[in-house]
Design a binder for this molecule. Structure first.
Ligand code: M6R
Length: 604
């Protein structure tokens, strides 16, 4: 889950690498390092902790070289420390790595037995040794890298520098994300587009087991047999400004506020002027008898809502599974099962592996993803891209509502396809979808009310989130948001299940966040809230504007606009995102980069 970046061109590369790493810090932030070729020799600086700790080292370095690599780390093997921070050097070779080398123990003990000395506890360092050994046997850099990668088991995206080569760097990938950026007289490697998108929008996506040689004027890609492969660059339309904070205190707050625009972009081009879904370019199997949704974290909660949407409109049974469970449970699949994977990053290791498993068994896989050409869409039968733009905050917000938009459109499309949804009803639903961005705006405009509630409850040591139906996954999502950024324990529960256990937790110290819009479940949830009130619990209610009954029950109330029940989660989620945001901001935790987490979970 680390981030890597590399540059070769005519400019002093150290600030380009540092800037690139600052855009990748969401991928890991326990240590960072940069290596630059100075007078044909690699010089490395490293620091433990956030990237900002590397800045004084960079200022002291006096780097002038024009070819270098950088890394921001999320520890897998070896604790966060300067010794374990990348880049790692052995002899003439310096490497940065994102991924896990599964057979490193056996390779390392063999290397130690041949007299090699290690200076870190990482799996990565063996790569530098193996390439260095190849070079010392007279191999060319490409041959030495190919000989090394052939002996590795696991996942890798590598950036490699070799002493004596002042303007060339090498890269290699297997299952970890890597992109190549190309521009006039300069070229780049990076884990993700934001690292380089202020410098170029022309990007090449290497495939597994490829090795790349990068010089200022040329990018050459080779397969494992070192045969050259031609690949045309693609133009990326992301706007660099969307990857900046733009005056907001945190990316998370900016991304919450961007939801109306992000959703509009996701639905634009997918609905016609007659309010019909336009699914062109997205293939689906002919006779779908069952849908299986696989995802992790927040994307999994989007999947739970997708189940309600699809079952309602298309009357097709839907199961939702954590990707990490699905891939190991030998699921029953057939040609009439549609697998939908959901992943913001498109590179979550468990989801990727689950999709690959599903495809092996012949199932049709549709990916819903936010990152064009990321790995999951690439291995899927068909892809539905959301257009949330880059999501930098570790806590997923705008990507989630765009996933819901994509699932809603898929549900309406399947409803028409199966004949379960009348065209008139489909048009009404799509018309309602069109109103959601402006309703989102009106919620965001009242964010100050949530801030007041957040201040009141910021010292609570636990929260319960309850709801029913489509909003039950929003209770789960609200609890996850709070946990991951404020470190307060929170649990999401179906309101009707309270009496089977959790009601024992209720007292005046436990705030109960209740999502209770005026829908078919309303009276049932109100009854559950009465039970909470009778036991002295504090109720924070998210309810429909104009609902006076709930105003009498709730300790604190936040009102949202009315909409069709199938679309409610796109609105009810915003107050729970804001609540988590303001509580953690008041507590002073690191909102955008919470401890122990990383944005893209590319390890199992
Ligand atoms: O990129 P993905 O959607 O596959 O990521 C899945 C989860 O890792 C992600 O949603 C995670 O739970 C977020 N930090 C939640 O805010």
């Amino acid at each position: 889950m680390c981030g890597i970046v590399g540059y070769t061109g005519s400019k002093n590369c150290s600030s380009i690498l540092f800037e690139g790493l600052s855009k990748l810090e969401y991928r890991g932030y326990d240590s960072a390092g940069i290596t630059v070729i100075e007078n044909s020799k690699a010089i490395t600086i490293k620091a433990q902790g956030k990237l900002s700790n590397l800045k004084p080292e960079l200022d002291k370095s006096g780097f002038t070289g024009t070819c270098g690599i950088g890394h921001t780390r999320w520890a897998t093997h070896g604790k966060p420390s300067v010794e374990n921070a990348h880049p790692h050097t052995s002899g003439r070779v310096t490497v940065v790595h994102n991924g896990i080398i599964e057979n490193y123990v056996e390779l390392k003990s063999h290397l130690i037995s041949t007299g090699r000395i290690f200076s870190s506890e990482t799996d990565t360092e063996i790569i530098a040794h193996l390439i260095d050994i190849g070079l010392s046997k007279g191999k060319t850099p490409l041959e030495a890298i190919a000989a090394c990668t052939v002996s590795l088991k696991g996942t890798w995206a590598l950036g490699i520098l070799i002493d004596g080569y002042s303007d060339t760097l090498w890269a290699a990938r297997n299952q970890s994300p890597l992109i190549l950026g190309t521009s006039s007289g300069e070229n780049f490697i990076a884990s993700d587009i934001p690292a380089i998108m202020s410098l170029t929008n022309s990007v090449i996506f290497p495939e597994d087991n490829e090795i790349i040689e990068v010089s200022p004027d040329k990018i050459s890609i080779f397969n494992e047999q070192l045969e050259e492969i031609r690949r045309t660059p693609q133009t990326i339309l992301w706007n660099p400004v969307t990857a900046e904070k733009g005056g907001y205190k945190h990316f998370m707050l900016k991304e919450i506020s961007e939801q109306p625009r992000a959703l509009s972009d996701t639905i634009a081009g997918r609905i016609t002027s007659e309010d019909l879904i336009y699914f062109d370019g997205i293939e689906l199997p002919l006779n779908i008898k069952r849908v299986l949704i696989i995802a992790c974290g927040t994307s999994y909660y989007a999947g739970l809502i997708g189940k309600y949407m699809i079952e309602n409109t298309a009357r097709i049974p839907v199961e939702v599974d954590f990707a990490s469970e699905f891939r190991y449970r030998n699921p029953v699949l057939d040609a009439n099962t549609l697998i939908i994977s959901i992943s913001q990053s498109g590179e979550t290791a468990d989801t990727l592996a689950a999709v690959k498993e599903a495809r092996k068994s012949g199932a049709f896989t549709l990916s819903i993803s936010n990152v064009i050409n990321s790995q999951i869409p690439r291995v899927s039968s068909s892809s539905f891209y959301t257009h949330a733009g880059p999501e930098i905050g570790v806590a997923s917000t705008k990507a989630f509502t765009c996933q819901l938009g994509a699932l809603f459109m898929t549900a309406v499309h399947l409803g028409i396809k199966t004949g379960s949804l009348e065209q008139k009803e489909a048009i009404r639903l799509v018309g309602e979808l069109r109103t959601i961005p402006s309703k989102m705006h009106s919620i965001i405009d009242q964010g100050a009310q949530i801030k007041v509630i957040a201040r009141r409850y910021m010292s609570s040591t636990g929260f319960l989130y309850i709801a029913r139906g489509l909003n039950y996954p929003i209770a789960l999502e609200g609890a996850l948001k709070l946990k991951e950024i404020s470190y307060i324990h929170a649990e999401g529960y179906p309101a009707g299940e309270m009496k089977h256990g959790p009601i024992a937790l209720i007292d005046e110290n436990l705030p109960v966040v209740s999502i209770v819009p005026k829908n078919g479940y309303y009276q049932k949830v109100v009854s559950n809230l009465e039970e909470v009130r009778a036991r002295g619990g504090k109720i924070i209610a998210i309810a429909t504007r104009g609902d006076s009954e709930i105003a009498d029950i709730a300790t604190d109330l936040f009102q949202i606009p009315d909409t069709d029940p199938l679309l409610e989660p796109l609105l009810t989620v915003i107050p729970v995102q804001l609540l988590a945001y303001y509580i953690s901001d008041f507590k002073g935790t690191d909102v955008d980069q919470p401890r122990n987490l990383a944005k893209s979970v590319t390890v199992e």
